[in-house]
Design a protein around this ligand. Structure first.
Ligand code: GAL
Length: 673
């Protein structure tokens, strides 16, 4: 069995993508000296090095990589070794231009960047297997090797190809998934607009069509594309397992980035030995630390709650957004330690030394262009020391308070064309529900709709448009057995083929919610309504309203105006030993808090209102102890009450009763046993 943490690494992982091939060997000596100074424990090597390792087909130049790995080993630094299959060399494309991917519009991409791959291409698959085999043979027993890093961020920048090779592959995939052309016709509803197929040969990828293409065909193509990438990962992984037994294999995910939603990470999480994730702050005016917490919670959940590893984030600004602000003093450490609080076994960066050339030369690094006499370097060294101190948290698990149901396939379906309102955004709903729970200081696990939810007192379901019959039954039995559920509008509408569940909306969730929805009426741009609640309180709402008919549920908030005036806006249904809430309109995170507070009472979750906003308190617990991470994202000192006395690890002081955390600082308390 492969290990599930980096082989031979006894500390938290700290380091970054290391690309020594961009520098003369004289710089390598300085690199390892600085790595030692910063307390670097592991680096990722060779991710984009295919052209340098195999300059001509079948002829290999491993000497430079031998020297890099030996040097790192001699300096006690572990290696996360890439298979460079995200960047095939120019010679490969000259021989196989058909391996360049084709867009939905029929345009073939060119060589000269990275990730230009048709994953169905037999030539690509063969070449990728060959270089992977050579690497595994050469380095499988190298003493520096801790982890295999297959490819890089599958699905980015190209997640699907629409070429003829893919068309043939898609037809085979359809046959496996559906069994017959008739079953495909049935699942896709091809009676509509006369799209019926008589044979598989007539079926193509969902290429550019004059108006909306068949939604179920598009949905299946996303599944096919995801499965195709996974097939290629599994092929490389199996080679590595066979030739380097015991060494864990990973590929870096991007779990929470809405622009990278092409992989169903629930399936990917089962294929890797160690879940790893890349996370970058998105500058869109929202609170970046909340988005970060969500990404970390989601990644931990994809790992089934087990320890995972942050394989990339940035020391300061990135280079690919319209505006790329530098991180503020202390922000990098807060980011890194927030990931650790939520289960990461370390904090790694893109990249070690800032490049002088190429597309990413303005992306921050551990060793910046400014050199070591810089704030970034001083903060890197300080973070290395802190992570060294925190080694004892390894193996402990983050303790959740509630769960959010999350399904990439539902997102894919919801993202298709011609929906009731373009203002409704499923991801925005998930973000707002998360933000609301974050502001109640609850640590959130994410769960697949068909997963066992019985461990959670509270489960929220924001905009889960696609719900299978099995998932509907799962949510129902969760409530019957005592759970508290909160569901938002436009959930439970269609099945796995984007077909509306029979009967009134929301077909898959009618019973558990104790209501039907007769019709919805999305609001105009900028329009809003008010809903009034039990204490006469009034909350603003926008985007969406509905005509809800209670069938067992009680009305808690009512529309005070708008198209559904006088009708239920928020309802509560007691079922079995539990309760199911329904929110039929869009409430922002603040308004949502009022509803979630009531649901928390049903769920018996203690109010944590006494904790200041933007002060994050997260627990990791396990054999080595019980650890409270407190991150102060505010500009003022925060006082946090402690349930038990303990020792603050970063300062080494006793903590009792109340913990003072300076503005922008992080404290980690090992609670007394
Ligand atoms: C990641 C990628 C890295 C680097 C980084 C820059 O998505 O894996 O290679 O490009 O972005 O932020």
């Amino acid at each position: 069995m492969p290990e599930t943490t980096p082989h031979g690494l006894r500390r938290l992982a700290f380091g970054g993508d290391y690309n020594p091939e961009q520098w003369p060997e004289s710089v390598w000596q300085e690199d390892v000296r600085l790595m030692r100074e910063a307390g670097v424990t592991m680096v990722s090597v060779g991710i984009f090095s295919w052209a340098l390792l195999e300059p001509e087909p079948g002829s290999y130049t491993f000497g430079w990589l031998d020297r890099v790995l030996d040097l790192l080993h001699a300096n006690g630094i572990r290696v996360d070794l890439g298979t460079p299959t995200v960047a095939p060399p120019a010679w490969f494309y000259r021989a196989h231009p058909e391996a360049l991917p084709v867009t939905r519009e029929g345009v073939r991409y060119a060589f000269g960047s990275r990730g230009a791959i048709c994953h169905s291409s037999p030539a690509y698959r063969e070449a990728a297997a060959r270089i992977t085999t050579e690497l595994a043979r050469r380095y499988g027993t190298h003493p520096a090797l801790a982890l295999w890093h297959v490819h890089n961020e599958y699905g980015v920048p190209v997640s699907a190809c629409y070429c003829d090779t893919c068309a043939a592959h898609f037809r085979r995939w359809l046959d496996t998934a559906h069994g017959s052309v008739e079953a495909v016709n049935d699942a896709w509803g091809t009676a509509f607009w006369g799209q019926r197929y008589a044979s598989y040969e007539e079926i193509d990828p969902p290429r550019l069509t004059p108006t909306v293409g068949n939604p179920a065909q598009q949905l299946d193509y996303r599944r096919f594309a995801d499965a195709t990438l996974r097939e290629n990962f599994v092929r490389e992984r199996d080679i590595l397992h066979r030739l380097a037994p015991g060494i864990p294999v990973t590929t870096n995910f991007m779990t929470a980035l809405s622009q990278c939603d092409s992989l169903d990470y629930w399936s990917w999480g089962r294929e890797v030995d160690l879940v790893t994730n890349d996370h970058y702050l998105i500058t869109d005016g929202r609170r970046t630390h909340v988005n970060l917490a969500m990404a970390a919670d989601l990644t931990r959940s994809v790992a089934g709650g087990a320890p995972w590893l942050l394989l990339e984030h940035s020391t300061s600004g990135v280079s690919w957004q319209p505006r790329n602000p530098a991180k503020r003093p202390g922000e990098m450490a807060r980011n890194s330690l927030a990931h650790v609080a939520r289960g990461s076994e370390g904090a790694m960066f893109f990249q070690w030394r800032q490049s002088r050339r190429g597309a990413e030369k303005f992306h921050s690094s551990m060793v910046p262009h400014a050199g070591t006499d810089s704030r970034i370097w001083r903060e890197v060294v300080a973070l290395g020391a802190d992570l060294g101190t925190l080694a004892e948290v390894r193996g402990t698990r983050t303790v959740p308070d509630a769960a959010m149901v999350w399904d990439w396939q539902s997102w894919w379906a919801q993202g298709l064309e011609w929906r009731p309102s373009e203002d409704h955004d499923a991801r925005e709903r998930a973000d707002s529900f998360y933000e609301s729970l974050y502001d109640r200081h609850l640590t959130v696990d994410f769960a697949h709709p068909e997963a066992d939810l019985s461990a959670y007192p509270l489960v929220v379901v924001p905009a889960l448009y696609l719900v299978t019959e099995a998932a509907g039954l799962n949510l129902r039995s969760y409530v019957e057995n005592g759970g508290t559920l909160v569901v938002s509008y436009f959930s439970g509408i269609v099945d796995e083929h984007d077909a509306v569940h029979p009967g009134a909306y929301p077909g898959a969730l009618r019973d558990v919610l104790g209501l039907t929805v007769e019709e919805w009426s999305p609001l105009g741009a900028g329009e809003s309504v008010r809903i009034t609640g039990p204490a006469g309180d009034s909350l603003p709402a926008d985007v969406w309203t509905e005509f809800v008919v209670p069938r067992g549920a009680e009305t808690v908030w009512t529309y005070a105006d708008g198209p559904a005036v006088g009708r239920p806006a928020v309802t509560r249904h007691r079922l079995g030993r539990g309760t199911a809430w329904y929110v039929s309109t869009r409430l922002d995170a603040t308004a949502l808090d009022t509803v979630l507070r009531a649901a928390c009472e049903d769920a018996g979750i203690d109010s944590r209102d006494t904790l200041p906003r933007d002060v994050e308190v997260v627990r990791r617990s396990g054999e080595s102890g019980d650890y409270l991470f407190v991150l102060n994202h505010t500009a003022d000192e925060a006082k946090v009450p402690l349930d038990a006395p303990g020792t603050e690890l970063l300062g080494g002081e006793r903590a009792d009763g109340q913990l003072a955390v300076p503005a922008g600082a992080v404290r980690v308390v090992r609670l007394d046993a």
